[in-house]
Design a protein around this ligand. Structure first.
Ligand code: GTP
Ligand code: NA
Ligand code: MG
Length: 300
């Protein structure tokens, strides 16, 4: 297929950074609900996902497009989740608190970006600029010393000064993300096999095993047979991350999927197929998993 003929999809933007540097608050202000306050101890436990319409950078102020944001935990224990977030993302927004500066998980994110060099875009959000102790130029100088080629030093990586608390700088941040994503021009097939990733999963009281799935190609609809790791199922209900039922999930967006026979694991790739193909793939995977377990026994 000629790539240019594929329909555009929303860019996937992952918010990363050190613990408590303000990722959830920033997203929260963007979406204007209150997830940060609702979290246990104010710590992000999982990768949350939501899509927002944003104005485009074109001359017509009425045109909008959608951006899908993923939140990630900054706590040291969640580096696998950050790696997972980085691997499905088009753009990483690195949040650095202006009063705290570069911290261990800030460096970890920079390493992730280096590993994906060229494939993932980077935007720095110097956050908490409302604080009297904020020192944005100190943060930027330190980032530059770490090899981040910031625009303010003649490089090509934009840095935006924001306060997730007051909302200051957020329109500029969204515009910067918007411009970068227009240059990336991400597109995806909406026909054929569905491919995506499990962002999080849990057993829900009313719905049984459910998974938040980020779709990257194809179209997820009720009735679709899915496999993820060694879990399978037939899509029963699709809900947007905010809870409303949807009829189809298009590439670049996430939805909560019910109908799983087992609980899929966060990070697993999701693929669709005919009922027969899914069952065959499942049998193979289970057999391989059994073999791998036996090999481990032999090694001991
Ligand atoms: P983890 O998910 O645990 O890694 O944290 P996080 O990066 O999502 O940070 P969170 O949004 O939970 O904010 C941490 C603390 O910083 C909270 O007490 C927020 O109120 C505060 N905070 C976040 N953004 C700002 C800001 O722009 N200004 C000020 N003054 N405080 C902020
Ligand atoms: Na926090
Ligand atoms: Mg958080």
């Amino acid at each position: 297929t000629d790539r240019a003929n594929l329909p555009p999809r929303p860019p996937v933007v992952t918010i990363m950074g050190h613990v408590d540097h303000g990722k959830t608050t920033l997203l929260d202000t963007l979406r204007s609900t209150s997830v940060a306050k609702g979290e246990a101890g104010g710590i992000t436990q999982h990768i949350g996902a939501f899509s927002v319409p944003v104005p485009t950078s074109s001359d017509d102020p009425k045109t909008t497009k959608t951006i899908t944001f993923l939140d990630t935990p900054g706590h040291a224990a969640f580096s696998a989740m950050r790696a997972r977030g980085a691997s499905v993302t088009d753009i990483i927004v690195l949040v650095v608190a202006a009063d705290d500066g570069i911290m261990p998980q800030t460096r970890e994110v920079l390493d992730l970006v280096k590993k994906d060099a060229g494939k993932v875009g980077l935007v720095v959000a110097v956050n908490k600029i409302d604080k009297p102790s904020a020192d944005t130029s100190k943060v930027e100088t330190a980032l530059f010393a770490e090899g981040v080629q910031l625009e303010c030093f003649g490089g090509d990586i934009p840095s935006v000064h924001v306060s997730g608390l007051t909302g200051q700088g957020l329109p500029e941040l969204v515009e910067t993300i918007s411009i970068l994503s227009e240059m990336q021009d991400v597109r995806a097939e909406t026909d054929g096999q569905v491919q995506g990733y499990v962002l999080e999963s849990k057993v829900s009281k009313g719905m049984g095993p459910v998974a938040t799935v980020l779709v990257l190609r194809g179209q997820l609809t009720p009735g679709t047979h899915l496999i993820a790791g060694t879990a399978h199922g037939k899509v029963r209900v699709l809900k947007s991350p905010s809870g409303s039922s949807v009829k189809a999930v298009l590439p670049g967006t996430a939805a909560v999927v019910s109908g799983w026979k087992e609980l899929p694991k966060a990070g697993d790739e999701v693929l669709s197929g005919s009922e027969g193909d899914v069952k065959k793939a499942l049998t193979n995977r289970l057999r391989n998993a059994e073999k791998a377990a036996m090999m481990e026994d032999v090694e001991i």
